[in-house]
Design a protein around this ligand. Structure first.
Ligand code: OSB
Ligand code: MG
Length: 370
């Protein structure tokens, strides 16, 4: 199957509700959608890059550059490679995992469509519904946060993650616990603490949190290990785990007990499948994280979350939690049981509405095979 054309759409979509974390506040989401055309079929992927390099070092401009100048030219005009080969072609470019994932996942969509089967099936998915949670940003005040939690719980979400930072942490979580004693609850610090603040984090131990996500530096394993030895609450790593091998190392050394596996952060589906297998064989809990993806990236994440190693509810929420209007049809909707259905059509199994993509696009570029 010859790859005839690859198109990049740099998009910006307003969020229904601003999303504030310890690294900043987002009112819009940026991303690069990748469209791959081959022999009458179209595959879609999403590089879920933020506008600014505050979560990781990538931003929407670096991802555009890496895709346009390095990754796309390596694939246009060639035959669709097998998954491992595709990853090898990209590996010459170091890092830039969100950019790579956008293209890599579009190739998976294309493969599944060429076979006429759902993406989840060629990935090895075993569920047709995946349990989901919601990630809630820092709010104006605790009352506003409690109200939002109540509304999401009423919609069926199976666990709630709240963003924390020094000054918006212990008291806030205590207030949530007082109001929702049995809620599966966790906190994500996005690297806002130092090891010297371990005592502050130890104050969370009585609250029976499922886990605390990425308390220390974005690229650290060793100090997380020191912290985990002093905490009862399990540590979950996000930013620090960029490769399957780092995931294995973190689990082996006790830097974390749980991994938030974001397909974008590790560079796409191939690497996600490798880490899923490692965690499964080690008996470590795993869940699928998110980067406020549009329906395109969400479809890929939901398909991957149907793999057997994803044992906990993911940061996979309904389209209406993020967007006034998603870019795909049908949009993703959370069931009263707190699940998202894994699409059953060929490939990603949802229709990308190209008119909406173009409306959201700030730039479009494509390369065609000669
Ligand atoms: O740290 O998990 C994170 C969104 C953007 C950047 C980083 C993170 C997040 C989320 C949102 O928590 C998860 C979602 O997509 O719903
Ligand atoms: Mg996180």
């Amino acid at each position: 199957m010859r790859i005839e054309r690859i198109t990049l759409y740099r998009i910006r979509l307003p969020l229904v509700h601003p999303f504030e974390t310890s690294f900043g506040r987002m009112t819009d989401k940026t991303a690069i959608l990748v469209r791959v055309d081959a022999e009458g079929l179209t595959g879609w992927g999403e590089a879920a890059v933020n506008e600014h390099p505050y979560y990781n070092e990538e931003d929407v401009v670096t991802a555009w550059h890496i895709l346009r100048d390095y990754l796309v030219p390596a694939f246009v005009g060639r035959n669709l490679p097998d998954p491992e080969e595709a990853w090898r072609w990209m590996a010459r470019v170091r890092g830039h995992h969100l950019a790579k994932a956008g293209l890599e996942m579009a190739l998976w969509d294309l493969r599944a469509k060429a076979q006429g089967i759902p993406l989840a099936r060629i990935l090895g998915g075993v569920r047709d519904q995946v349990p989901v949670g919601v990630s809630i940003g820092i709010q104006e005040d605790v009352e506003a946060l409690l109200d939002r939690i109540e509304a999401f719980v009423a919609q069926g979400y199976r666990r709630v993650k709240v963003k924390i930072r020094p000054g918006w942490d212990v008291e806030v979580l205590e207030a949530i616990r007082a109001r929702f004693p049995d809620l599966p609850l966790m906190a994500d610090a996005n690297a806002a603490y130092r090891l010297e603040e371990a005592d502050r984090l130890r104050a969370l131990d009585p609250l029976n949190l499922m886990m605390i996500e990425q308390p220390l530096a974005h690229d650290d394993l060793w100090e997380h290990r020191q912290l985990q030895a002093r905490l009862k609450t399990p540590i979950c790593l996000d930013e620090s785990i960029r490769t399957p091998e780092q995931g294995r190392a973190a689990l082996e050394m006790g830097a974390c007990r749980i991994i938030n596996l974001k397909p974008g952060r590790v560079g796409g589906a191939w690497e996600t499948m490798r880490l899923e297998r490692i965690a499964r064989e080690m008996g470590a809990p795993l869940w699928c994280g998110g980067m406020l993806e549009t329906g395109v990236g969400r479809a890929h994440n939901v398909a991957l979350a149907s793999l057997p190693g994803f044992t906990l509810p993911g940061d996979l929420s309904g389209s209406d939690r993020y967007w006034h209007e998603d870019l795909v049809e049908p949009p993703f909707t959370v069931s009263p049981e707190g699940t998202l259905a894994v699409p059953q059509g060929p490939g990603i199994g949802v229709e990308v509405v190209e008119a909406r993509v173009r409306r959201a696009a700030e730039a479009v570029w494509s390369q065609e095979a000669p």
